[in-house]
Ligand binder design. Structure first.
Ligand code: ZN
Length: 275
């Protein structure tokens, strides 16, 4: 699933190309996107001719802000892709929505093999409310005080699950939680309350450095992820534990990376380096 660095990369590409453009056409090609619209959703015709003010991200969600207070919230979920193509490029059965803009030769397509993703047409205000109630703070904007108090507050949670909980911190998923915990030398099974202030500080620093590096390298492509130009990321080449079960640990060499189900998810970690 695309996580913060991947979504950030997509958003930067979309905003760079589309800010200020007016929407010419917007079509859902698959019924499942229509049935995922909430009761308060606006119809697509409302968006025709509206100008894109900006495109931004919160956690793993993408928000298109149009003129007239119209918004579009997109979640890529497992296999969603948002990218530009030439309009004459053949539509395959996994392409579920398309958008065209005045004065812009390419069109934007939403492609999603597993169909867990969604595009919801809502007022910007409603999107903001939804984000406020459903998502915790941004990891790259959070200060250490807040980070530490959240660790205390959810003390019984295992640290792997704590990092994955979008209501506590928004944007981290399975790949980056493993990479962050490896960087911080903390076992994914630890209860958050057991972390010393020094360990918490290491975790906080690791969270920022891993995410920043991943954004710099335009995210990780482990399955379907591509950016707005259809290009894969490069951070998968830097993964130190994720997907490396049975391979020697890059840090201690002597131990092999293990995979274990923790908080319902696969966690990859080095049992020697991480305690
Ligand atoms: Zn190790």
């Amino acid at each position: 699933m695309p996580e913060l660095p991947e979504v950030e990369t997509v958003v930067r590409g979309l905003d760079r190309e589309l800010r200020g453009k007016r929407l010419k056409d917007f079509v859902f090609l698959s019924q499942h996107l229509v049935s995922k619209q909430p009761a308060t959703a606006l119809s697509l015709e409302n968006y025709y001719g509206k100008k894109i003010k900006k495109i931004w991200r919160r956690g793993k969600v993408i928000v298109f802000e149009f003129s007239g207070q119209l918004g579009l919230i997109v979640h890529l979920k497992m296999t969603g892709q948002l990218y530009f193509v030439c309009p004459d490029q053949l539509l395959d059965k996994h392409s579920h929505a398309r958008m065209a803009f005045y004065g812009f030769k390419k069109e934007l397509r939403f492609r999603d093999i597993r169909k867990f993703g969604y595009l919801n047409c809502l007022k910007v205000e409603e999107i903001q409310k939804k984000i406020q109630t459903e998502l915790g703070p941004e990891p790259l904007e959070m200060n250490f005080q807040d980070f530490f108090s959240q660790l205390q507050r959810f003390g019984k949670k295992r640290i792997k699950g704590w990092l994955l909980d979008q209501k506590i911190i928004a944007g981290i998923g399975n790949i980056y939680s493993d990479e962050i915990l490896f960087e911080a030398k903390i076992s994914p099974e630890r209860k958050t309350i057991s972390l010393s202030p020094k360990e918490a500080r290491n975790l906080y620093r690791a969270m920022k450095s891993v995410l920043k590096k991943a954004i710099e390298l335009k995210g990780s492509s482990v399955s379907d992820y591509v950016d707005s130009l259809g290009q894969p990321g490069k951070f998968q080449k830097r993964h130190r534990v994720y997907g490396r079960e049975g391979k020697p640990c890059f840090r201690c060499q002597g131990t092999t990376v293990q995979r274990k189900k923790i908080c319902g998810r696969s966690a990859f970690f080095c049992p020697s380096c991480q305690s």
